[in-house]
Design a protein around this ligand. Structure first.
Ligand code: GUN
Ligand code: FE
Length: 433
């Protein structure tokens, strides 16, 4: 047995604060031990209790540091890494001006491999160990991504974009070719190591009803596939969907009609959902990815977290890079807090922790494997450094409670706060001294 212990302050979510109340939602050990055996969590608890039982086990001690479960990013585009921070447009013009020309380059497998390596490094630098990832329309973009993720033994979910209309010719497939190429990728990658496949229609406007129908068919042909798309992000987008699908009740109904909703279906954004759509998402076990930095950057709108919560919809946190402006889920939480403030609402720091970890695992139906430190879960975790910057260090000295420290971490933290990242108990990123 391969055993190692990590000693630091340790914090993890146990449940959604909105359901059980903040006090019951987490567990914290001021001086804790996280014991890892063969890439899985064996035990977590106070050092005073566990250390005496660990004779002969190597213990790595981090001072002024907080260990948390790895962050989970429930919506991100790896091909858009190089176009992050592109100026001046809202969604539909942003797609035509920047996104489509950028994605064209992924026809070249070597380019795709280069970007996949940069992307994964950036995720790990930011403490994100699992993500639900868009490729491009090119199947080789997904091969490139999965090859790199597999080498690092990361739990990753990705898929080839399906797009057979309303996009440049150089970036479209057909209903049939999209189906066949997706199927080949599923056969090659789905369930290999820690990898999972997501059937990925870009969004309703870029697929014909025939393509959506075949996407639904594919989902029925393999167990535990994901479905990943965009939904109700931008007002002009929603109007366009109504024009393209006049026979449907609304945006979500387009996906519903083609059997694209249910467990493991993840819809990015959901900024402008009506009550009926929230009800339908909840009753089908579908999830929404809340993407704060993207929603502000593209001027899409203010996500109503409390409304989705009240309907019982599963919600994860997404960066949505390259429309999102940071790979850091700490920065996503910073902007999430401000989005709530602009609506006269609060975002409790322990809810923030939940969104970035166990809530994401729950949205992805991976909470049996990820999201906290219950015994048997994958040992994906990170070490946050309270002394990451002079300001962070000073603010942490002033803080009198865990709640205050956690909140300051989410407001001031970014990649600099991530000292080390682990996947299956193996160190996959160490910040330079
Ligand atoms: N809707 C359709 N495609 C995209 C995309 O690439 N990014 C975002 N943010 N929204 C989309
Ligand atoms: Fe997106």
């Amino acid at each position: 047995i391969n055993t190692k212990a990590y000693r630091a302050a340790i914090l993890h979510s146990l449940a959604d604060p909105a359901v059980v109340g903040v006090e019951q939602s987490y567990e914290y050990f001021e001086d804790g031990i996280l014991l890892i055996e063969n890439g899985k969590v064996a035990q977590v608890g106070p050092a005073a209790e566990l250390l005496p039982k660990l004779a002969g086990v190597e213990v790595q001690h981090y001072r002024d540091a907080l260990i948390t479960p790895g962050f989970i990013d429930t919506h991100i585009h790896y091909p858009q890494t190089g176009m992050i921070a592109s100026y001046g447009e809202q969604l539909l013009d942003w797609l035509n001006t920047y996104t489509f020309p950028t994605e064209r380059q992924f026809e070249d497998k070597a380019h795709a491999s280069d970007v996949a390596a940069i992307f994964l490094k950036e995720l790990l630098r930011n403490g994100t160990t699992t993500a639900l990832v868009f490729g491009t329309v090119h199947p080789q973009s997904v091969d490139a991504f999965f090859e790199q993720a597999d080498k690092l033994n990361l739990r990753m979910i990705a898929g080839k974009v399906l797009m057979d209309r309303n996009a440049p010719d150089y970036l479209t497939d057909t209903a049939e070719s999209g189906y066949a190429e997706s199927k080949a990728l599923i056969e090659r990658w789905h369930g290999k190591g820690r990898l999972h496949y997501a059937v990925t229609p870009r969004f309703a406007p870029t697929s014909t009803p025939e393509q959506l129908e075949l996407a639904g068919k594919l989902l029925g042909e393999y167990p535990d596939l994901y479905m990943h798309t965009h939904l109700s992000e931008n007002r002009k987008e929603i109007e366009w969907v109504k024009e393209l699908f006049p026979e449907r009740k609304g945006y979500l109904d387009v996906y519903d009609h083609h059997k694209l909703i249910g467990p493991r279906a993840v819809f990015a954004h959901g900024v402008h959902l009506c009550d009926d759509e929230c009800t339908r998402l909840a009753e089908t076990g579908s999830a929404v990815a809340f993407c704060p930095t993207s929603n502000l950057f593209l001027g899409s709108g203010l996500f109503d977290l409390n409304k989705l919560e009240a309907h019982g919809v599963r919600v994860g946190l997404g960066t949505d890079v390259g429309a999102g402006t940071s790979f850091s889920q700490l920065q996503s939480l910073n902007e999430a807090y401000k989005i709530m403030q602009l609506q006269g609402k609060k975002l409790d720091p322990f809810k923030s922790l939940y969104l970035a970890t166990l809530g994401g695992a729950n949205a992805l139906y991976l909470d049996d494997k990820l999201g906290n430190f219950l015994p048997g879960k994958d040992a994906d975790f990170l070490v946050l450094d309270y002394n990451a910057t002079p300001l962070m260090s000073y603010r942490m000295q002033q803080a009198r409670s865990l709640e205050e420290r956690l909140f300051a971490l989410t407001m001031l933290g970014d990649d600099r706060a991530v000292k080390e990242t682990f996947a299956t108990g193996v160190s996959v990123h160490q910040r330079e001294a």
